[in-house]
Design a protein around this ligand. Structure first.
Ligand SMILES: C[S@@+](CC[C@H](N)C(=O)[O-])C[C@H]1O[C@@H](n2cnc3c(N)ncnc32)[C@H](O)[C@@H]1O
Length: 103
């Protein structure tokens, strides 16, 4: 994506730097989407921060190094259930969850 739309932020700095950048924002939280994570319905404080970021794996998910690193940063894994969904479905599910909170 060489010329993303204005609402897309593109970084080539690597995943760890992206995590650091996101964590440096005031009142922010990062969550890792993982079918083996904590059920979304049981996650406390999901919508409490101003800036929530969600890490989404590619077709292979996350490699061991990334999982280890995100654990070291204390990033929690959250799940929509044991079924593995397409990434695009997970994006839609996150948006849907926040829309429900707004009601
Ligand atoms: C196509 S899935 C990856 C499938 C990959 N084979 C795996 O086992 O992780 C792409 C990404 O969507 C997210 N994802 C898929 N299903 C999920 C679920 N049930 N709950 C939370 N996140 C999910 C994860 O971030 C995953 O890395």
């Amino acid at each position: 994506m060489n010329n993303p739309p204005g609402f897309v932020q593109l970084s080539h700095a690597g995943v760890e730097q992206a995590i650091r950048d996101s964590m440096s924002l005031a009142d922010s939280a990062i969550w890792l989407l993982d079918a083996e994570g904590m059920p979304l319905s049981e996650v406390p404080n999901l919508g409490m921060k101003t800036q929530n970021s969600f890490m989404l794996g590619d077709h292979r998910g996350f490699d061991r190094k990334t999982r280890q690193m995100t654990d070291e940063y204390g990033i929690r894994r959250i799940s929509f259930g044991k079924t593995s969904y397409l990434g695009s479905h997970c994006v839609a599910a996150v948006i849907s969850e926040y829309e429900r909170m707004d009601r």
